[in-house]
Ligand binder design. Structure first.
Ligand code: FAD
Length: 389
């Protein structure tokens, strides 16, 4: 997703007068699964308003809406161990929604359709990069079939297990959350009220993200983060017992969970590259930082990365400066690292606060959430920040 957005934004450098457009190669090793209107992709992202604007700048938001995007109007967050509860509502901030739940497959399909229509992007797929050569004037990648491509700048948008990051020995700070996330699509007895539901339990958060299938509001995508041993036990349950467990874990907020799709399990690790750039190389998205999905910020941070990077690269191009120059790339790093670090810190704080079961912390959680719920201006400020506004 992040690499495709980078390609779309960079392709717009040809809108600058008298400047030859950038030539971009987007190299991807797996062929995307096509969108299927009868089935939900288990991987979804909560797309913030800021990301929606970036996708609009790429010229794909209306296509995404045309395929399937589920706006959510409110968010209910509560603590399993106390009476702490907080509700965010789009009407409080006079906006039509708080964001959209969008299947990853939908985002990728819309971006790839757009890319197919752009002359200055060469989409090379399936192809795996396995060699990199960085020189003074350019950088060359070699693909598995022996083909080589050279350019001024290599953007590593190759995800949490980034080979670009490893090959160039970017230093990273990483730690294991001791959590695994179970992801699936469920059907519930009651409609989802176009509300995102999140219950914090000492063993990890459970999120129910509302999906809208042409007006049918009985589906949600779930992200259930759990300690690995519990996650394994939950994965081993048959569908009916899993639905019962989920009904209990969600405190019947949408009535009974009546069915569940195939379940997937992901290990959760936090990883942050100390630097995002080297001369001719820039890391973006999960290649630069992976965070806990509890606030659904991962891909949103990645989209914000490439918006900043494209801005700097296009500006450099307009001034006839080498786009792989480290000083240009450092400007991108300076713009993005503080926000990414701050978001990661907040996620870590949330995770620790809600996994603590000492009485004083439980009381603090309960009191803090209930007080915050009543402090409308502060609450509105928090939600606007989470929306990237
Ligand atoms: C359970 C879970 C739930 C999440 N929920 C949310 C959410 O609600 N909101 C949100 O914003 N984020 C969410 N995230 C995070 C989000 O999924 C990631 O931040 C996002 O996928 C990162 O996108 P990316 O494009 O940087 O990396 P990826 O999606 O990992 O894409 C990397 C791409 O690079 C390709 N690739 C890798 N190596 C090579 C190579 N050598 N050669 C060629 N191609 C290569 C891969 O095939 C892949 O397509 C969630 C994550 C998890 C695990």
């Amino acid at each position: 997703m992040v690499g495709a957005v980078a390609a779309c934004l960079l392709s717009q450098s040809n809108s600058l007068k008298k400047i030859a457009p950038l030539k971009i190669a987007l190299i991807e090793n797996s062929v995307a699964t096509p969108f299927n209107s009868d089935q939900f992709d288990p991987r979804v992202a909560a797309i913030t308003e800021k990301s929606r604007q970036i996708l609009s700048d790429c010229g794909v938001w209306s296509d995404i809406e045309g395929l399937r995007a589920s706006p959510y109007l409110a968010m209910n967050v509560w603590d399993a161990e106390s009476t702490g509860r907080i509700r965010f509502d789009c009407h409080d901030i006079h906006l039509p929604n708080l964001g959209h739940i969008v299947e990853s497959r939908v985002i990728v399909e819309a971006l790839l359709n757009k890319i197919a229509s752009l002359d200055n992007i060469d989409f090379i797929c399936p192809a795996t990069i396995h060699q990199y050569r960085r020189e003074q004037e350019n950088i060359t990648v070699e693909m598995d079939d022996g083909t080589c491509i050279s350019g001024s700048l290599l953007i590593g948008a190759d995800g949490g297990n980034s080979r670009v990051r490893d090959h160039f020995n970017f230093d990273c700070k990483q730690w294991d959350y001791q959590h695994e996330a179970i992801v699936a699509t469920i059907k519930t007895e009651n409609p989802n009220e176009q509300t995102a539901w999140q219950r914090f339990m000492p063993t990890g958060p459970l999120a129910l993200l509302p999906l809208n299938n042409q007006g049918d509001l009985h589906h949600c995508s779930i992200v259930w983060s759990q300690r690995p041993s519990i996650a394994e036990d939950l994965m081993a349950l048959d569908d009916s017992l899993f639905c019962d467990e989920l009904t209990r874990a969600s405190e019947y907020c949408l009535g009974k969970v009546t069915s569940v799709s195939r379940r997937y399990k992901f290990p959760l690790r936090q990883n942050h590259a100390v630097d995002y750039v080297l001369p001719r190389v820039a890391l973006v998205g999960d290649a630069a930082h992976t965070i806990h999905p509890l606030a659904g910020q991962g891909v949103n941070l990645g989209f914000a990365d490439v918006a900043a990077l494209a801005d700097e690269v296009i500006r450099a191009r307009g001034r006839d400066i080498d786009i792989g120059d480290e000083s240009i790339l450092k400007r991108y790093q300076r713009r993005r690292k503080p926000e990414n670090l701050a978001t990661m810190g907040v996620m870590e704080g949330f995770k620790n606060l809600f996994s603590a079961d000492q009485l004083p912390l439980r009381l603090l959680r309960s009191l803090g959430m209930s007080q915050l719920d009543k402090m409308t201006p502060l609450k509105n400020e928090i939600i606007k920040r989470a929306m990237g506004l």
